[in-house]
Write a protein that binds this ligand. Structure first.
Ligand code: G3H
Ligand code: 13P
Ligand code: ZN
Length: 324
């Protein structure tokens, strides 16, 4: 049975982006796959009074089950209300790759969808995006498109041929499709290995020139940054200390994200940092308490650390704290 996101108490991203653009901050878009991640995101956003986009990849949807996801979103909204909070929450499909998947998500209560046609030729991408927009707007669901290809891995698909967004294509794409926001490629990438650095080298700056040129082409239009985990060294070190093996990791420095929030960037996607925090804390418990076999005793500390990390992002990186 189809359900509208409005019945679940969710909102689309339109108003969120309008306020974020005016207030020069970005809305956090955090991916979740399980209960502990969702609890940490919700509690962090309640405690920091931040709007939030709960983001589900198609892989996460398969993992967690779309029926359960719908009820998890409903539960999250009840928890927020029960806590006396009314932070705006959107439930968003991350990297939707087909029209049918977007329709199915809209029917199961998503308030926002991404149709990612970025690996297709321009006209094909625009036609697919327009088709999704026409369906989604009938239900007041907002749509994110993408132009330019990020390096890295999305849903187990690795993009060898990444390329930056061409700002001169942006205006035509936005007007042809009617899309509500646009993800662009300015040097970020998915996963924990964003930059190949030689010893002593530091992370190169993002292509803010492409971002500025894009803004000039579509003034006031909401821009999205994917692949924006910072890959904090303290968690990589903790993973390696307790038996993991992550080498040559690199993320987007927090000051570059902070700078991006002052522009038309209204949504910043973060998934890998949550994975790193969880893995680090679980490994720590396993290493220090080898007799422990109650999942609550290792998932609990992981959830507490996640909460801390998300609050830090809201307060010190995205600037969304206090903006609900
Ligand atoms: O963009 C990719 C996200 O990090 C989702 O990753 O497809 O492994 O759930 P996933
Ligand atoms: P990260 O891998 O940098 O967390 O990016 C997540 C993302 O873009 C989800 O769409
Ligand atoms: Zn992404």
């Amino acid at each position: 049975m189809a359900v509208s996101y409005k019945e679940l108490g969710l909102v689309n991203t339109r108003e969120m982006f309008k306020k974020a653009m005016a207030g020069k901050y970005a809305i956090p878009a955090y991916n979740f796959n399980n209960m502990e991640q969702l609890q940490a995101i919700i509690m962090a956003c309640i405690e920091s009074n931040s709007p939030v986009i709960l983001q589900v990849s198609s892989g996460a949807r398969k993992y967690a089950n779309q029926i359960l996801l719908k009820h998890m979103a409903r539960g999250a909204m009840e928890i927020i209300k029960d806590a006396g909070s009314n932070i705006p929450v959107a439930l968003h499909l991350d990297h939707g790759d087909t029209y049918e998947l977007c329709v199915s998500c809209i029917e199961s209560g998503f308030s926002s969808v991404m149709i990612d046609g970025s690996s297709k030729p321009f006209e094909e991408n625009a036609a697919l995006t327009k088709k999704v927009v026409e369906y989604a707007h009938k239900y007041d669901v907002t749509v994110e498109g993408e132009l330019g290809v990020l390096a890295g891995i999305e849903d187990e698909v690795s993009h060898e041929a990444s390329h930056y967004t061409h700002p001169e294509e942006v205006q035509a794409f936005v007007s042809k499709t009617g899309v509500d926001s646009l993800a662009i490629s300015i040097g970020t990438s998915h996963g924990a290995y964003k930059f190949k650095l030689k010893p002593g080298e530091s992370v190169p700056p993002l292509r803010f020139d492409i971002l500025e040129e894009t803004e000039r082409k579509v003034p006031g239009f909401p821009i999205v940054l994917h692949g924006s985990s910072s890959v904090p060294q303290e968690y990589v070190d903790m993973i390696n200390k307790y038996g993991g093996n992550l080498e040559n990791t690199a993320g987007v420095p927090e000051d570059q994200l902070r700078k991006a929030t002052k522009s038309a960037v209204c949504k910043i996607n973060i998934d890998s940092d949550g994975r790193l925090v969880m893995t680090a804390k679980i490994r720590e418990v396993f290493a220090n308490s080898p007799k422990e076999f109650d999942p609550r005793k290792y998932l609990g500390p992981a959830r507490a650390e996640l909460l801390k990390m998300y609050k830090h992002k809201n307060e010190h990186v995205l600037g969304s704290a206090g903006k609900a």
